[in-house]
Design a protein around this ligand. Structure first.
Ligand SMILES: *Cc1c(COP(=O)(O)O)cnc(C)c1O
Length: 364
């Protein structure tokens, strides 16, 4: 891509964009980072007016994530708040097509909407492009998660977006697992991207936040309107921390991905495992423990580095047996343990997990 202005974000690599976007100007006495503005209101007559309408920390975060995804970003209080705002774009009674192995909260929100007659939910196997295209013929929105959580299925976003657009459906992608560094859905034809910024973007297991990134100004305005009206706003300090996390996302993800790939290689064929699932990119790996729930529950209690905890995308390696959640789909194996590979040394992570797996082995 040729750009007249060599410092325009589009001319820069994502690693650089993550560092330079959302900064005060390079002028004497300007701070390096936009400070945290703890205020509920602003002196009247400007753009911000009131804390539910705007905050300088939101703008800095939104400019940065928006530049990385290639769209207009709107920050929300959590991933689910962003997802709810996206679902609200569908007129009452409209059909939303979604992967059957979506994040449990997403599935629960769709079912809740259906129960109250607010939407119709159609769950599909997102790897079956023809079936998803067929299901989207009378959809108002086609929702993706790719890779899916925790099955790690991958969708052909470009093909499905083309089919969905032929029928006038909005195409939205939950890009939490891949992040804009590994997958840019707006470039593949999606209208909207959502994130649980709680995960990789913040990256240190200390923040809950969400974001939606729209391809068009109209869609972004509709999301801002929902946020302003209903108040699912992120706190200034959380937004500051999320942006600080986003600055190091490229290096964190590169390291975590390299470690994940090495662990996948080392664990392939381990006798205590039925399966090692990995989509080929990212730092989430799902292992299926032989024997189901009981040995998998034992495994997550027998490590010292790997922490048994839900959530993912932090610097700390965490893991959990997903079926411990009643809402998790019955098509997810009982013994599936989702690993979120962090930034510890690969040899330490490997030794810790292999020692725990070997105790299962000796149980027979
Ligand atoms: C965690 C998660 C969410 C929900 O985000 P919160 O920040 O917890 O509200 C949505 N989608 C995916 C893929 C997630 O992993």
């Amino acid at each position: 891509m040729h750009d007249a202005n060599p410092t325009a974000p589009s001319a820069l690599h994502p690693d650089t964009v993550a560092i330079v976007s959302g900064r005060p100007p390079h002028e004497p006495d300007q701070p390096m980072s936009v400070p945290v503005h703890l205020t509920s209101t602003y002196v009247a007559g400007g753009d911000l007016e009131y804390g539910r309408y705007g905050n300088p920390s939101w703008t800095a975060f939104e400019d940065t994530l928006g530049a990385l995804e290639g769209g207009r970003c709107v920050a929300f209080a959590s991933g689910m708040a962003a997802i709810a705002a996206a679902f609200d774009l569908v007129e009452p009674g409209g059909t939303i097509v979604a992967p059957r192995h979506s994040y449990t909260g997403t599935v629960a929100a769709l079912i809740e909407r259906e129960e109250h007659g607010r939407a119709k939910a159609v769950f599909v196997d997102i790897t079956d492009t023809a079936a998803v295209a067929a299901a989207s013929t009378d959809a108002a929105m086609v929702w993706f998660e790719s890779p899916t959580n925790p099955a790690l299925e991958v969708a052909d976003i470009a093909a499905i977006a083309r089919a969905a657009h032929e029928h006038g459906a909005l195409v939205a992608v939950d890009n939490t697992f891949a992040t804009p560094l590994l997958q840019r859905p707006l470039e593949l034809g999606a209208d909207l991207v959502v994130h649980s910024a709680t995960k990789y973007i913040s990256g240190h297991s200390d923040v809950l936040m969400g974001a939606a990134v729209a391809a068009s100004d109209d869609l972004a305005a509709a999301l801002v309107q929902r946020r302003s009206l209903y108040g699912a706003i992120p706190a200034p300090l959380e937004t500051f921390l999320a942006l600080r996390g986003l600055r190091t996302l490229p290096v964190r993800l590169e390291r975590a991905q390299a470690t994940a790939q090495e662990l996948v290689r080392r664990f392939a064929g381990h006798p205590a495992l039925d399966e090692v699932r990995y989509p080929g990119f990212g730092a989430i790996v799902s292992i299926v423990v032989r024997g189901g729930a009981e040995p998998a529950d034992a495994l997550v209690q027998r490590t010292s580095l790997w922490v048994h905890a839900t959530s993912l995308g932090g610097v700390e390696s965490t893991f959990e047996r997903r079926r411990r959640w009643p809402l998790e789909q019955p098509t997810i194996p009982e013994g599936l343990v989702r690993l979120s590979v962090g930034l510890e040394h690969v040899d330490d992570l490997h030794r810790d997990l292999v020692a725990a797996l070997d105790t299962l082995d000796s149980l027979g």
